[in-house]
Design a protein around this ligand. Structure first.
Ligand SMILES: Cc1cc2nc3c(=O)[nH]c(=O)nc-3n(C[C@H](O)[C@H](O)[C@H](O)COP(=O)(O)OP(=O)(O)OC[C@H]3O[C@@H](n4cnc5c(N)ncnc54)[C@H](O)[C@@H]3O)c2cc1C
Length: 458
């Protein structure tokens, strides 16, 4: 059969499965003898990338997604009709050579770059740093970088916090010095890697590769890419996988409503979901994979968008940073004025502080954000006309924001997490990508990798 005919046939069969097959993929379609039937768990970037690749290659693919939406940890909120805002991933990190740049260009997505250097930093007293303050900050950054570099060459591994505090004689630091130190740890490390300095491995916290070039936001949000990837796929929403049985010739996945069977399964569940044992594997996962699930860390980065009637902060800056009086609290803000032309500020909280804040009510979180802004901008601060807040740790289908390399973990654990089970059950998702864990492009690439691996195994 010519490839084009095969593709056409596959599309017809897929359309039929959406309309009439009910939910059981066990009724394999007519070309099952040529291409295995595939189930993919999770419709985030990893799952969608894998599903797209396999569908294009003529496989019969169904995606089971627990939520009532696709995108997973990329989620563009439409609450403000004129301002789509991303509650999960916002940026393409490093445009040069990034596969998401290529994808965005292929669909002419509107991108706008932001510049982390285009920032105003406010000091401990709430004033913009003067030259002396800037050099003080530089010194702290260099000091922390230096001791961490030294710590990476020393055994045994210990936490970033342990390494830094030991080298800088933490117990002798004055309260002001501690404020500077914790600002550097929060803004340059915890906000990027989402783990607490106490949990992050000195040896491995910054392992991996980053792309060069600017960071860019999607003007219409990450949904631009998500919807493009999802077009033409068979995705079943509201189907939470509870068990994956992979002993027999087929793999059977149970959800509260249905039982699905297929020749192969690609699992793209977030590390947090795997850690919480929300899905049972029968037989149980091999020891190396269980060790990886336990050993790698799942971090927290939360967002709070505040929409104001007008701009009261410097209009041209992308970033506003503050040396916070309280460790970890509201250190980093992004202004959406340059990118979207709207009076919206996005505040971030990560790691232990970000996680603890989830227990507060929306009102308490907004009040706490406004207190910080008032410290920086005084009486000019206006009451917000709207807000949107995330709680990724409490989210039952994420259980955190993204993975990090915890003390006691090694990069090998990511390969162990990615390892397939007998050529039948494959694993993708940001946490499986050794080079680009914690990113949208890492998730996307992991989906392509798992799809390729699956195709080669058949
Ligand atoms: C606040 C925040 C900001 C971020 N910022 C950036 C950024 O700016 N740039 C960047 O590159 N990355 C960023 N990231 C990271 C990026 O969003 C993730 O790495 C990426 O989206 C993960 O994709 P994934 O497919 O691996 O997982 P997910 O997107 O989580 O997909 C997994 C899917 O599985 C589903 N699922 C869970 N349990 C079940 C079940 N039992 N059965 C069926 N389905 C299930 C989930 O609902 C989800 O849809 C950010 C993340 C967060 C949370």
């Amino acid at each position: 059969m010519k490839r084009r005919e095969l593709l056409r046939l596959s599309q017809m069969v897929l359309a039929g499965s959406v309309l009439s097959l009910g939910s059981n993929l066990g009724t394999h379609n007519s070309y099952a003898s040529q291409k295995p039937a595939v189930l993919i768990l999770g419709a985030g970037l990893a799952g969608l990338a894998a599903a797209k690749k396999l569908t294009q290659a003529g496989y019969s693919v169904q995606v089971l997604e627990a939520r009532d939406r696709i995108g997973g940890r990329t989620w563009t909120s439409q609450t403000w009709a004129d301002a789509p805002v991303d509650m999960g991933a916002s940026w393409i990190h490093g445009l040069d050579g990034n596969p998401l740049t290529t994808l965005a260009q292929s669909i002419s997505a509107d991108l706008v770059t932001t510049d982390s250097e285009n920032a105003w930093v406010y000091g401990p007293a709430g004033d913009v740093l003067d030259e002396a303050g800037e050099s003080q900050l530089e010194e702290w950054i260099e000091r922390v970088e230096k001791v961490l570099r030294q710590g990476q060459n020393r055994d045994p591994d210990q936490s970033v916090h342990g390494t830094v505090l030991a080298a800088l004689n933490g117990s002798t630091l004055s309260p002001q010095e501690q404020q500077w130190l914790y600002f550097v740890l929060t803004s340059t490390i915890e906000h990027q890697y989402a783990g607490s300095a106490e949990e992050l491995s000195t040896h491995w916290y910054d392992d991996g590769e980053a792309y060069d070039g600017s960071d860019a936001l999607f003007v219409q949000g990450y949904r631009t890419i998500v919807e493009h990837l999802a077009a033409g796929l068979t995705i079943r929403l509201g189907e939470e996988a509870k068990a994956v049985r992979w002993a027999g010739s087929e793999v059977v996945v149970s959800t509260p409503q249905n039982s699905y069977s297929a020749d192969k399964v690609i699992v793209t569940l977030p590390l947090g979901v795997l850690k919480a044992n929300q899905v049972t594997f029968e037989p149980e996962l091999p020891e190396s994979k269980r060790r990886a699930i336990q050993g790698l860390g799942m971090g927290v980065l939360n967002k709070c968008y505040l929409r104001f009637p007008e701009v009261f902060w410097p209009e041209t800056v992308d970033w506003i940073e503050q040396v916070s009086p309280q460790r970890g609290s509201w250190t980093s803000w992004v202004s959406l004025v340059p990118s979207l032309g709207l009076p919206i500020l996005l505040g971030f909280n990560a790691a232990a502080y970000g996680r603890a804040l989830e227990a507060q009510t929306d009102r308490e979180i907004v009040d706490s954000a406004l207190q910080t802004l008032t410290r920086l901008f005084g009486e000019t601060v206006r009451d917000p006309v709207g807000y949107q807040i995330t709680r990724w740790f409490a989210d039952p289908f994420a259980r955190g924001s993204y993975s990090f390399n915890a003390v006691g973990s090694t990069p090998q654990m990511r390969d162990d997490l990615a390892e397939n089970l007998n050529g039948k059950v494959f694993f993708a998702g940001e946490a499986t990508d050794r080079q680009a864990f914690g990113t949208a492009h890492g998730a996307y690439l992991s989906g392509l990798r798992a799809a390729q691996e699956m195709m080669q195994s058949t």
